[in-house]
Design a binder for this molecule. Sequence first.
Ligand code: SF4
Length: 462
Amino acid sequence: MLNSQIQKNLSGLYEGFHSARIQASSDTADWEELQSKGREIKEEVINNLDKYLELLESKILSSGGAVHFAETAEDATQYVINLAKKRDVKTVVKSKSMLSEEMSLNEELTKNGIDPYETDLGEYIVQLAEETPYHIIAPAIHKSRSEVSKLFSEKIGTSDTENIETLTSEARDQLRDKFIQADMGITGGNFLVAETGTLALVSNEGNGRMCTSMPRIHVAIVGMEKIIPSMEDLGTFLRLPIRSATGQWISSYVTMISGPRKSIDVDGPEEFHLVIVDNGRSKMLANPQLREALYCLRCGACLNACPVYRKVGGHSYGWVYPGPIGSIVSPMLTGLSDGKNLPFASSLCGACKEACPVKIDIPRMLLYLRNELVEGNDYPHQRTSKLWERLLSKCGAFILANSKLTNTLMKSASLIANIAPFVRKPFPASWKKTRESPALAKKTFVEQWASLELDGSLRKKD
Ligand code: SF4
């Protein structure tokens, strides 16, 4: 299992974000109505995406912005790099964008001699640690305060302190200079309003607004599914994801951008470029079974609710999007054969669907993908498994079918493993880096259950 510090941080997600979401949704009198409305709007847009994309493009062009449709992540990256080179950009400030992770944008910018700086605090920590985000909305959730302190002191020479305010202030000092130096700000986008050509950004740190207003060029890279029809619809979407993500009523900052600076504006960028990215999304659009994955608002509520995510953590999913929705999106964006284990990384308990603000039926899609993999012989199921795997499965089935034998073996396994700890540490070093094998319980579940003093409604005593 993951090391105890990460385990503790992940349980914090459940006690913190998950509980706050439940509270916020129950405090919102029309929550169910809001959810249905949000879902209807997404359904309408995704089914008529071409119409809304054309409308959006015309509005952005008429306000003086540029629009580039990128079929692949490479195409989107190349557009940004070419633009940066043409405008002699040396430093870029970025606000949080999962899509830029899909594009490996930081690595590509660095290779081309352009310095990218993440300005969201969590992303900044992850960038300094040379890691990838651990959670959609809390990228550095796996790091403890002392780890961050050590990292800051090693990488940016800050004083040796674990005081959060001091650490945050140190990061702010470092980043202020970068905002001033930067010629280009790169952001994602939470929503694209088609009728007005507006990019809407929600954040809690204000860094997104600085990325969009301080550098002379603003580039927004946004997945094509982020479009919504009207400003009125934005009212629905400013409430749904933030209440589901952190339980806040509304995010601290809501920034709306419609093109570059106008002659009457006192600040803002000279150029505004919107890069609308496909990168595999049309494959989901073309498949009626998976289309609803495009309704995702990237709020992270399904990750916080998921018992599997909370045990295995974000990096175990192996690519940009972790958790239940990641188990659908990643195989679709990277190719089913690359993410073939992910649809199986679920207990199908349904907690993700229950938590989702737009009621995305994640368990149904996971089952669909499992079926696709098995039917397509793309997954090593029983017919193609090795002899020792088949024998092991048969042994397991025989033992589990006999409760007395199971209990005896569990008891002996616990005794042996606790006397000889190496028995429970057969994993390779890379696996053990962020994981530990705790001592096995001395009593089996059945013994613990038998000794519990429960009230009659839960267990009748003989
Ligand atoms: S699937 Fe639903 S709960 Fe999960 S991130 Fe997307 S919108 Fe949020």
